[in-house]
Design a binder for this molecule. Structure first.
Ligand SMILES: *Cc1c(COP(=O)(O)O)cnc(C)c1O
Length: 367
């Protein structure tokens, strides 16, 4: 087996201890296993600094998108009106889900390389007083932009709205003041900044709002309230849960705590991200997102020149142990480098040296 360093936003490179948890088979109804689920639920609130009196957490089978769809289908009534704010593929997916579910919604978009314009949203909320919910992405993984949820939170409070945040690629790696910002539903998944493996996602929900949503879901499998009701009794999931993934995730949570919590992980990510961007700029790779909005999670780099061949670069990097992430933009040529997961200073240094060598090789070929 070759173990590559995955420089992607998940699935990502996990620790040996996280992987080792998956060597044991477990039963879904066993007390020890159910206790793992309860531990995870409590620890998620703990890392978000939330009291179990006011907040709860629910785990849901599937990839992150399943959990976003679960929140949309389970917590927004036919009589409500959702404002979707988007500047990337994941925000657009929220709008696509709202459409498919049949929700009443408005879609506000900005260009992928710009954050939302808060004045425009303020005007929109005035023009559309029927809006009851706002859903947006925190770190838009398409480009690596970190959207200003703080500014939106102020509008959410002023208009007394329900706030849904897709914090898939930021929760655990970027400090988020869930209570202070008045986030009602925060969504994330096992295989991003908490550094587990893929197979389920989770929602952190404000009880006062969430506990009033019984019976709204238009889906049986994705019924978030029903899932919570069953799980809250003793940690048993409604339907078969991904036992290996759950065990690995609990270990990943311990490791996050051992690292020093979210603040320490954020510091590691931010430093490694800064290092990569600085080194690559010297080689002619510039980031697509302005530094002001750049997240510490993933960076979209513009191709350094017209002749740059990403496929050749990708294969060279892979043969040297690094897996990069292709771009997702249609109008400009980009590729992405994620720096979450078990990636440390030595890894990003070695990454940048390998890229330097590659650029040296192609420069040499040309001469
Ligand atoms: C990863 C991610 C998702 C979920 O994607 P899945 O492929 O369904 O896991 C949603 N939103 C954002 C911002 C993401 O980074």
């Amino acid at each position: 087996m070759t173990s590559y360093k995955l420089l992607t936003p998940g699935p990502l490179t996990t620790s040996d201890m996280v992987k080792a948890q998956m060597l044991e088979d477990r039963c879904t109804w066993d007390d020890d296993y159910k206790e793992m689920t309860q531990q995870i639920r409590a620890r998620l609130l703990n890392i978000a600094r939330l009291s179990p009196d006011a907040y709860t957490s629910v785990l849901m089978q599937g990839s992150g998108s399943f959990v976003v769809e679960s929140v949309l289908t389970s917590t927004i009534r036919d009589t409500d009106h959702l404002l979707v704010i988007s500047n990337g593929a994941y925000g657009e997916r929220i709008a696509q889900m709202a459409e498919r579910i049949g929700l009443s919604y408005t879609h506000y978009t900005t260009a992928y390389n710009t954050p939302l314009v808060i004045e425009e949203i303020a005007l929109l909320l005035q023009a559309e007083p029927h809006i009851t919910h706002i859903a947006m992405v925190h770190c838009e993984t398409t480009t690596g932009i970190l959207n200003p949820i703080e500014a939106v939170a102020a509008l959410v409070k002023a208009h007394n709205l329900v706030f849904i945040v897709d914090a898939m690629s930021s929760f655990g790696g970027v400090p988020i003041d869930v209570a202070g910002l008045g986030i009602d539903y925060l969504i994330s998944s096992a295989n991003k900044c908490i550094q587990g493996v893929p197979g389920f996602g989770f929602v952190i929900a404000k009880k006062q709002v969430f506990l009033q949503t019984e019976g709204i879901a238009r889906s049986v499998s994705l019924d978030l309230y029903d899932q919570w009701k069953t799980m809250d009794l003793d940690g048993k999931w409604r339907f078969t849960s991904p036992t290996h993934v759950v065990a690995a995730f609990l270990q990943a949570l311990y490791e996050l705590e051992q690292e020093g919590g979210v603040a320490a992980r954020y510091a590691r990510y931010a430093e490694n991200n800064r290092y990569i961007r600085e080194k690559l700029a010297v080689l002619g790779f510039h980031s697509y997102i302005d530094e002001t909005w750049q997240s510490p999670i993933i960076t979209a780099f513009l191709h350094p020149n017209e002749a740059f061949d990403f496929t050749a670069f990708y294969h060279y990097m892979k043969s040297h142990g690094f897996v990069l992430y292709p771009g997702k933009l249609t109008d400009v040529d980009t590729f992405r480098i994620g720096n979450i997961g078990e990636i440390y200073a030595a890894d990003v240094q070695s990454l940048c040296t390998t890229i330097e060598n590659y650029m040296g090789v192609i420069a040499h070929d040309k001469n």
